[in-house]
Design a protein around this ligand. Structure first.
Ligand code: AMP
Length: 397
């Protein structure tokens, strides 16, 4: 089976053509500068092709992707009919979606309804869906929501302690994000444990970071909230912050709430603390060369991640497994060691040799650690492809 996985942003569109059973990726790439001029970068194995192609809308971007996939020189399939289904990443499923689903008119309406909750991403995701529908009307399309995995949270985790009317009238609550990644890791962790019945905390640590508390395969709590701004400090996002900071800054500097939120989303986090970079590799290099601000940015990040692990361990009344994933979680041994050093009180012990692992699945805890600690590379595209295949195959029966 061939599933085309699409992740449409406001001016970009990432794609992968993959086999959901084996995880093999036959081709992948990126359309950039949609609405500006248009550039396609297409990769098959080690071969990379870059083409400037006019992309006045997402439709032309999808057309360019389909064309190159069937191109005799750079393609991997003979005809678009060989694409069995398309899986779309959709940021916000609001309260409408607790699972992935096959796209129809109702689903499109429901995704539209979620636009106020995901104003930057949902319109772009919808453009990707509509563009695919236009150019491949007979191919089933599936929506996979970044929020869906977290919909099993109990009210005590998802409700904010603000007047109920905002929840009842406006759906204001914690939703959480990176759900596709958290779901993939929870599934893989269950395979490694040989059972679904255990308790874990997953640390998805990348440019954006979030943690989730999972019991018996179901999410119980997660660090991001109504938006991806909440939780631990990130590359450029502040993470949790007292709302009065917004009031203070807006009043003192005559800034609008929107501008203040842009500052909290794009100019804060470890970028702001370090004054150097949002990239953790730059911060490590800076800290090594003695830059105190880089050291503080890293210390703050480790400290806040460890605090969330502690809080979720209490919420679950103990955990059996702690997992690290995404750019920093998979590759940064110093980050894992620093975070785990806060957790020795609960019997977490990691083996420094095993912790040297980069980007590979490995258990890094010692045999006498009370909690198994694993590095598990995430694969959101594979999760999207698997959900898509599952739904499309079930619909055929
Ligand atoms: P992601 O958002 O998951 O792609 O993660 C991106 C982040 O991972 C960036 O801040 C990178 O600096 C960080 N990262 C990737 N590789 C490494 C590495 N080898 N060591 C430290 N950080 C890394």
């Amino acid at each position: 089976m061939n599933v085309l996985v699409i992740n449409a942003g406001s001016s970009s569109l990432k794609y992968q053509l993959m086999n959901p059973e084996t995880g093999d990726v036959s081709a992948k790439g990126l359309c950039e500068r949609i609405y500006i001029d248009g550039r396609l970068t297409h990769k098959v194995g080690d071969k990379k092709v870059v083409k400037d192609i006019p992309m006045p809308t997402h439709s032309e971007a999808i057309e360019a992707v389909l064309q190159i996939l069937v191109d005799p020189e750079n393609g991997v399939i003979k005809s678009v009919d060989e694409i069995d289904a398309v899986g779309h990443r959709v940021l916000h499923g609001g309260m409408e979606f607790s699972d992935s689903c096959i796209i129809n008119d109702e689903v499109i309406k429901a995704i539209e309804k979620c636009i106020p909750l995901g104003p930057l991403h949902n319109p772009a995701n919808l453009m990707g869906i509509r563009a695919c529908q236009a150019v491949m009307p007979n191919t089933p399309q599936v929506a996979v929501f970044d929020t869906a995995f977290h919909m099993t949270m109990p009210p005590k985790a998802y409700r904010y302690a603000i007047p109920t009317e905002y929840y009842k009238n406006d759906d204001i609550r914690r939703y959480g994000f990176h759900g596709t990644s958290h779901k993939y890791i929870a599934r893989r962790a269950a395979e490694l444990m040989g059972t679904k019945n255990f308790k874990m905390v997953n640390c998805h640590l990348g440019n954006g970071s979030s943690l989730s508390a999972v019991k018996d395969g179901k999410c119980q709590d997660t660090s991001m909230g109504l938006s991806p701004l909440a939780g631990v400090p990130m590359g450029t996002r502040s993470g949790d912050i007292d709302a009065c900071v917004v009031q203070f800054i807006c009043n003192k500097y005559g800034m609008s709430v929107d501008d203040c939120l842009t500052m909290l989303n794009k100019k804060s986090g470890v970028l702001a603390l370090s004054g150097v970079s949002s990239d953790f590799r730059d911060l490590s290099a800076g800290a090594e060369s003695g830059n105190e601000d880089c050291k503080l940015a890293l210390e703050k990040f480790y400290y806040e991640v460890a605090k969330y692990v502690g809080a979720y361990t209490a919420a679950l009344n103990g955990i059996d497994m702690l997992t690290f994933t995404a750019g920093v979680g998979e590759n940064d041994a110093d980050a894992r060691a620093a975070i785990c050093s806060y957790l020795s009180f609960m019997g977490v012990k990691i083996d420094p040799e095993k912790n040297k692992a980069r980007g590979q699945e490995v258990k890094i805890s010692t045999e006498d650690s009370t909690v198994q600690v694993w590095v598990i590379p995430t694969n959101e595209e594979l999760m999207i492809a698997q959900d898509t295949a599952e739904l499309v195959n079930a619909a055929k029966k």
